[in-house]
Ligand binder design. Sequence first.
Ligand SMILES: Nc1ncnc2c1ncn2[C@@H]1O[C@H](COP(=O)(O)OP(=O)(O)OP(=O)(O)O)[C@@H](O)[C@H]1O
Length: 340
Amino acid sequence: MGLFSLLTQELAMDLGTANTLIIHNDKIVVDEPSIVAIDQASGKLVAIGNKARQMHGKTHQNIRTIRPLKDGVIADFTAAEMMIRGMIRMIKNRSNFLSPSLRMVICIPSGSTNVEIRAVRDSAEHSGGREVYMIYEPMAAALGIGLDVEAPEGHMVVDIGGGTTEVAVISLGGIVCNESINTAGDVFTEDIQAYMKSQHNIKIGERTAEEIKIAVGAATDKLDNPPADFVVHGPNIITSLPLEVAVSYKDIAAALEKSLLKVDSAIMKVLEKIPPELYSDIVKNGVYLAGGGALLRGLDKRLQQKTRIPFHVSEDPLRAVARGTGIALKNINRFSFLMR
Ligand SMILES: Nc1ncnc2c1ncn2[C@@H]1O[C@H](COP(=O)(O)OP(=O)(O)OP(=O)(O)O)[C@@H](O)[C@H]1O
């Protein structure tokens, strides 16, 4: 090990609205929900990641759970810094991680403003980052999927995260055209809460709605292998008495339809903007789906039917962006032109 590598530690971070992943030495060393629990009186950190998530919706007045990111960008600076610091500390606890000088690559939504980018950079620097580089999420997703982003060939990626859906066409190491909308996993979860209230008179929390989405979430009401119904318990919104409701994937497809139409429309907008030479590459190569939203059952089939272009769900879509950020870090000189 050279002196440089002893003095400089490197890590790649997928700082997401829903989940934060850190790659160190080519391994995912942190994979935690992006949430912290704070003591209201002292302002001190009580829990982070999974532990804080377990408290979400169950706290008393002295403890507040905060998700520091909203719509893909930092919404609460103090909480974001606490979270980044705490997650970096998790690596230190797991290994002999020294951080005299920390080099970090962090991904950011392609629609970020300069102020939002500055916020991520400041938070990373305050958390110990000496050299901080940024890479746009769709570019990281494409690298993580294994696409040759430098080739003179069009690749299209749709990354449906917790806060944003990013649609981008990449060629020659750059984003040729893109759309970024705030309709993604968090909105799908809210749709399910609203649907359960309006259709079944049952009140459910964010965590239960997310469980339903994972268990029976679907983008179409015609699935070849439908999942079993998911049974939900909660209070009747009128009587407050306990209710039990069996939710089917068809219910969830109906609940998500309005939001999925917005995703369809973002994809159509990008397809309309693609230069013809790249369009034919995309028809040939297909479009890659990444992010947790890619796991919605039947989403690839739905999009394929709407566009008549093949859609592929990438391998381990929840980790594609983190993998790509790690690849960018490992090849920092080669990919410096992809970073800010
Ligand atoms: N099996 C599943 N089906 C549907 N949605 C899922 C599934 N698993 C996870 N999700 C959703 O995926 C979202 C998280 O995805 P991901 O980790 O890619 O987002 P993120 O990187 O944190 O967010 P962003 O990129 O918007 O900042 C959450 O809304 C989560 O509920």
